[in-house]
Design a protein around this ligand. Structure first.
Ligand code: ADP
Ligand code: GLC
Length: 488
């Protein structure tokens, strides 16, 4: 199958979170399963310098964007057999210090930037000599593509390819003031409650949920959760209506990138059968972040966007309660400045117990996974979550709140005594997390049981070979399902 993927971030080119990891890995997995995948994404600042082998294509965009036209060029890079990445070069929109915001403020023209990206994707789907059998878009930044493709159909393109929309996070919908709808150049009939309109505003994700042929999200439990009022962010009614075409497919892990046996970021490689290297990594990290070096003190880690979703308030509360015991905690994260200050303050008060690195650092993320005995992920909600899966492979036992993909990927002792690989807690409270941390400390005192957890964790596999088969089923369904009635 020829699959055209579209995403505002793709690892290893650009990344703010798991979306980049997932789309990069899905492209590879499709190619390795014998399909042809092409990914469309913006050419952000710095990418061409890091990937000088990319090629300029003989291709120019000149597309309407409301009352003006915008031009762009196209670059490409074949990253492996069967996988090509297309970069949209539009310096005014994408040559910036960051992807979506600076100093906690979204770029004022994000509607222009990503409506334009969606138009470029649609244009490529229609005019590339390579014909996609399906277009797979991700999150709100490309969710207008299904509507734009149908508009092309009305404009004389007989049969646009079917579409799949993956919702990586329902909390981000791309909501803009009503005048932003004019940028789309879509017919006004679409700006209704049955279409892209949401309380008088343009809602890009909603347009995708209404018009994509199939919908997926990144874990089975999150697929159920988003059809409830509690997790539905105002779109649960619509999602319930589309439930028959909504599938929860748990993310896989790219073990080329996340494998302690050959990870270039680590002081020493290790594996489930050769664990000595993990201790070397622990001592090296303690030194790197300025904590007292000691192999016997239990080390907890977290790597996270510091957003409300991630349960930061709860973690700060639980640590406050637990830091009088013999433990160490390392945080790597960035995001909301109040949360950043919260961790920095904790590190200042407990310099021998807490290290907080408030920035974005890929290598350090790998080293924390390798060094940690336990990994804390107390999310309020979590569509899939990748760090708990990486932690499993790195033998850092995950302590997670049982929600979304965290519940689907971690096995607690109470669920299965022989296959337990982590610790779950349920109530959203600092007290419940503190109790889970206490359980971890007890486990740490029982070397045999700890080894068993670690062994189970490191043997847990989230293979993309399997995950990609589920996407292929969803694609087949989309192809068979072209909806009969169109809104325009
Ligand atoms: P989300 O996409 O909601 O942020 P995921 O668990 O799916 O959560 O993925 C997060 C990804 O981003 C992981 O690859 C993680 O290592 C990475 N990451 C998050 N924060 C940082 C940071 N400060 N530095 C380096 N990597 C980070
Ligand atoms: C989103 C979600 C996260 C998921 C990632 C990749 O950022 O918050 O849970 O793992 O997308 O699908």
């Amino acid at each position: 199958m020829n699959v055209l993927l579209a995403s505002s971030e793709v690892h290893p080119f650009s990344k703010t979170g798991g979306l980049a990891d997932m789309v990069g890995a899905l492209g590879k997995a499709l190619a390795r399963a014998g399909h042809e995948a092409r990914i469309v994404t913006p050419l952000y600042r710095g990418i061409s310098g890091r990937f000088p082998q990319m090629r300029r294509e003989d291709w120019y965009f000149d597309l309407p964007l409301g009352d003006r036209r915008v031009q762009a060029s196209l670059w490409s890079l074949e990253t492996e057999k069967g996988l090509m990445v297309y970069f949209i070069e539009q310096p005014d929109f994408f040559d910036r210090a960051s992807l979506y915001h600076e100093n906690n403020t979204s770029y004022a023209d994000n509607a222009e930037r990503f409506v334009f990206l969606a138009k470029c994707v649609t244009h490529l789907a229609r005019y590339l000599p390579w014909r996609p059998d399906l277009v797979h878009v991700h999150d709100w930044q490309t969710a207008l593509v299904p509507a734009l493709l149908l508009q092309q159909r009305a404009a004389g393109w007989g049969n646009p390819p079917p579409t799949c929309l993956t919702i990586h996070n329902l909390a981000y919908q791309g909501i803009f003031p009503p005048r932003a709808f004019a940028l789309t150049d879509l017919p006004l009939e679409l700006f209704t409650i049955e279409g892209a309109e949401f309380y008088g505003h343009l809602n890009c994700l909603k347009a995708g949920i209404v018009l994509a042929d199939v919908l997926t999200t990144v874990s089975p439990r999150y697929a159920r959760e988003i059809t409830t009022e509690e997790f539905g962010h105002g779109l649960d009614g619509l999602l319930r209506r589309r439930q028959k075409q909504l599938f929860g497919i748990l993310n896989g892990v790219d073990y080329d990138e996340w494998n302690p046996a050959h990870d270039p970021f680590l002081a020493r490689p290790y594996s489930a059968t050769r664990l000595a290297g993990k201790t070397v990594c622990k001592l090296a990290l303690q030194k790197e972040v300025g904590l007292p070096e000691g192999r016997d003190v239990p080390l907890f880690g977290t790597i996270s966007r510091l957003a409300e979703q991630k349960g930061v308030d709860l973690q700060l509360g639980a640590l406050e309660e637990m830091l009088n015991t013999n433990m160490q905690f390392v945080l790597l994260g960035s995001g909301s400045s109040a949360y950043e200050r919260g961790y920095a303050e904790l590190a200042r008060r407990f310099p021998a117990r807490v290290a907080a690195r408030v920035n974005y650092d890929e290598g350090l993320a790998h080293r924390i996974e390798a060094a940690s005995d336990f990994y804390i992920m107390p999310s309020r909600f979590e569509p899939s979550g990748l760090n708990q899966m990486y932690s499993l492979r790195y033998g850092a036992i995950p302590i997670v709140r049982a929600t979304g993909g965290l519940d689907d990927s971690v096995v607690d002792f109470t669920e299965n005594t022989t296959h337990a690989n982590g610790i779950k807690f349920y109530e959203y409270s600092a007290r419940a997390l503190a109790k889970a941390i206490r359980k971890a400390l007890v486990l740490y005192q029982q070397p045999e049981l700890l080894r068993q957890f670690q062994h189970n964790a490191m043997k847990t596999v989230f293979s993309w070979e399997q995950t990609v088969q589920e996407y292929l089923k969803a694609y087949e369904l989309a192809r068979g399902l072209r909806k009969g009635s169109f809104p325009f």
